[in-house]
Design a protein around this ligand. Structure first.
Ligand code: DX5
Ligand code: ZN
Length: 218
């Protein structure tokens, strides 16, 4: 079963809850929240305060993508603010194993993300500790960028690695996912798709989510 995770980065922040209600009604599975600090990535977005204000206002799980330096410092803040899954970037962590353990110690799901240029072997020895791997298919920082095709091969290899180790780990893919490439991404091995502009920058969110489901047979 493929899950759809709209990225609120492309939502209308003047009416954020309204947009969240729209994706919820359209039947999506997760709410992808992009946290950027202006250091790890060249953009600044939201922090725990915004998550906290949405807590309890939607039944959608909070899938929190931390694109920040020194994420260890903020894990408990994001857990308190309502995170159900926290994803950290392997490139931002000196001691990724410790960071993953500290996320899990809070009783929530832990995930690690890899930038397009980061090899899969950077997570080989922590794979068994993860609930999910997030493969970036754009360089993080902005919504609305073009899908980088080499991500497909990376997803295939990751799927193989997971299979060989006999693990059950979600593969989420983020960046440039549209109606016309979603199927390919799922065929490569992804089971959670993040889509920001493709969902929020459309006339009918409900119709777009329906079309995604149709393309993916899910
Ligand atoms: C990029 C973010 C993505 C972004 C995706 O740094 O992590 O989640 O919002 O946006 P689209 O789907 O428009 O590429
Ligand atoms: Zn993201």
């Amino acid at each position: 079963m493929v899950k759809i995770a709209p990225s609120i980065l492309s939502a209308n922040f003047a009416n954020l809850l309204e947009d969240i209600k729209k994706v919820e009604q359209a039947g999506v599975d997760l709410l992808h929240m992009d946290v950027m600090d202006g250091h790890f990535v060249p953009n600044i977005t939201i922090g725990p305060l915004v998550l906290e204000s949405l807590k309890g206002k939607t039944r959608l799980p909070f899938d929190v993508h931390l694109m920040i330096e020194n994420p260890d410092r903020y894990i408990s803040d994001f857990v308190k603010a309502g995170a159900d899954i926290i994803t950290v970037h392997v490139e931002a962590c000196h001691h990724i194993h410790r960071t993953v353990q500290s996320i899990k110690a809070h009783g929530i799901k832990a995930a690690v993300s890899l930038n397009p240029g980061t090899p899969l072997n950077s997570i080989e020895y922590i794979l068994a500790d993860l609930d999910m791997v997030l493969i970036m298919s754009v360089n993080p920082g902005f919504g609305g960028q073009k899908f980088i095709p080499s991500a497909l091969e990376k997803i295939r290899f990751l799927k193989q690695m997971i299979h060989e180790k006999n693990l059950a780990i979600d593969i989420e893919v983020d960046g440039g996912i549209k109606l016309d490439n979603a199927r390919e991404v799922v065929q490569a091995g992804a089971n959670i798709l993040v889509a920001g502009s493709a969902i929020f920058h459309t006339e009918s969110i409900e119709e777009t989510v329906r079309l995604f489901r149709k393309k993916l047979n899910c």
